[in-house]
Ligand binder design. Structure first.
Ligand code: AMP
Length: 190
């Protein structure tokens, strides 16, 4: 299976690219942010729990997120692989994901990181907020907190996958089309 962690800071374009790449490679796209937003819209218990964290731009607790991710994977049998978008975001999520996949005789093929300088991202997110309806995209304080969470808890995952020789950085600045092409060059190798 091709199991790819699509990585990058908030606003790097992970969601946009995952939607384009999942069809090209016949992969299942799991965005933990999208699953949380779906649950919030439908007022489920999970949604109620996640909402307060997401509203502030904080990470949702690991145990909740990991259980949800596992359930999403289990919904898909006999697929050719997954694009994980927005997961893992902490080292303990990465460890749990490895353990979970190993139990299935499977593994992560690679982490593919969209590299975009932070100063380009805040405006990009505010612009997205004008149409996305996402409250966490409309308030600069919340956006800055998401970067803080990313820098403190998530950025370390680059090292985690580097140690396994599974890290691939891709320049995430440019047109959507150009970035898809760059990502494809990496996806083809995995
Ligand atoms: P995203 O759509 O990936 O930007 O995620 C939006 C928000 O959902 C984040 O700011 C977190 O509050 C929450 N979230 C999404 N994925 C995770 C995760 N893997 N771990 C913890 N919180 C998450």
């Amino acid at each position: 299976m091709k199991n790819i962690v699509l990585f990058g800071p908030p606003g790097a374009g992970k969601g946009t690219q995952a939607i384009l790449l999942k069809d090209k490679y016949n992969l299942v796209h799991i965005s933990t942010g999208d699953v949380f937003r779906y649950n919030i819209r439908n007022k489920t218990e999970l949604g109620k729990l996640a909402k307060s964290y997401m509203d502030n731009g904080d990470l949702v607790p690991d145990n909740v997120t990991i259980d949800m991710l596992k359930a999403e994977v289990e919904k898909n049998n006999n697929v050719s692989g997954f694009i994980f978008d927005g997961f893992p975001r902490t080292e303990s999520q990465a460890v749990e994901l490895d353990t979970f996949l190993t139990e299935k005789d499977d593994s992560i093929s690679g982490m593919v990181a969209l590299e975009v300088p932070e100063n380009l991202l805040v405006n990009r997110i505010l612009l997205r907020g004008e149409t996305s309806g996402r409250t966490d995209d409309q308030d600069e304080v919340k956006i800055r907190n998401r970067f803080k969470e990313y820098n403190e808890k998530t950025a370390v995952l680059q090292k985690y996958y580097e140690k396994q020789n599974k890290f691939y950085g891709v320049d995430g600045v440019g047109s959507i089309e150009d970035i898809t092409k760059r990502l494809q060059q990496v996806f083809d190798k995995l």
